[in-house]
Design a protein. Sequence first.
Length: 195
Amino acid sequence: MQIIKTAIAGILVGMLAACASGPRVYTDADPAADFGRYQTFAFFETAGKEAEEKYTTLSGQRIEDAISTALEARGYRVDIHNPDFLVNFHLKTEEKTQTSAPVYMGGYYGYRGGMYVGWPGYVEPGTTSTYTEGTLSVDFVDRQSNQMIWEGTAVGRVTSSVREAPNESMRTAVASIFAKYPYVAGSSAPVPLAQ
């Protein structure tokens, strides 16, 4: 019984550690794109806006600022008149449901295995909970060809601590995406990513 409880506790600790390490990040790049020709950027006028929105939200401004900071740290410059590539981003939230199956306990007594019969009716009930999942996507589009050249997406839970510190939360989400962006301005060769 103690071995099973220890194993379950270990799994839960591992799951919590994985959640605490930040959002899941996915990236994709056009293999034909020559990243060495990109040195300047600008945002799409509609970046981060839904079709009906006529203004930039506070979250949208935070994301735009964090993306600008990340790109400028890699040597890119803002050029609103003649950029090499355009940046777009999307932020969405979705309510999710998580269900865990019942766990049947009993029937195992370690070194006493076979000496006793487990209590057959003991069941740790399953649970159902809801949570909010946030997805932030950042797209780079070649201005001349109007083709996407790179995209990065971060997916994670929107917790109360995220809502209480939106500036830090947005910076962290953008930083997690750019940690997987392997280029600097004017260089075709990817730089090693931090692990």
